[in-house]
Design a protein around this ligand. Structure first.
Ligand code: HEC
Length: 138
């Protein structure tokens, strides 16, 4: 009984710790969300939101109407093997290729604040999800 109470307490505190990213992290997530919804990166006028609708929560929709998986577990399944590229890709690589391909824009450089902010926003969607390297998007 005592042990399970202790376990519950630990669970409670680890869950509470997970639910509250610090202020710097919250700012990166917030700035990333703004880029996600508004930034065209000098491309064809699309934003991330054009295809990954509702902030990436729930299924996305391509301009031709085809449905694509949500981004809800995206951060948990990278790095993963991309059969088309025939190599292991990271979340940064995937965002890069979406900016080039989907937005036809100039992708923010690796290590840039903009790419870090986008990664932070997309990762926030998977907060608490178990890591599932090379898993399936859902
Ligand atoms: C024109 C539509 C389109 C736009 C705009 C777009 N994407 Fe994507 N995105 C896709 C498609 C299609 C996939 C599916 C994977 C693939 O084709 O490689 C994808 C996959 C992803 C994934 C991986 C999802 C997973 O779980 O495997 C992430 C993360 C992602 N996009 C982020 C972004 C971000 C961030 C932006 C904005 C900078 C963006 N995308 C803009 C079409 C788009």
């Amino acid at each position: 009984m005592k042990i399970s109470t202790l376990a519950m307490t630990l669970l409670f505190f680890s869950a509470a710790a997970q639910a509250a990213p610090g202020p710097e992290m919250q700012k990166a997530i917030h700035d990333g969300k703004r880029l996600y919804s508004h930034e065209t990166f000098g491309g064809n006028g699309r934003t991330c939101e054009t295809c990954h609708v509702n902030g990436g929560v729930g299924p996305g929709k391509l301009p031709d109407g085809r449905s694509i998986p949500s981004l809800e577990n995206a951060a948990a399944i990278f790095p993963r093997f991309n059969p088309r590229a025939k190599k292991i890709v990271t979340l940064e690589d995937q965002i890069h290729s979406c900016v080039h391909g989907g937005l036809q824009g100039n992708s923010p450089a690796y290590g840039s604040e903009q790419l870090v902010d986008l990664v932070s926003y997309v990762t926030s969607l998977a907060q608490g999800k178990p890591l599932d390297m090379d898993g399936k998007p859902n």
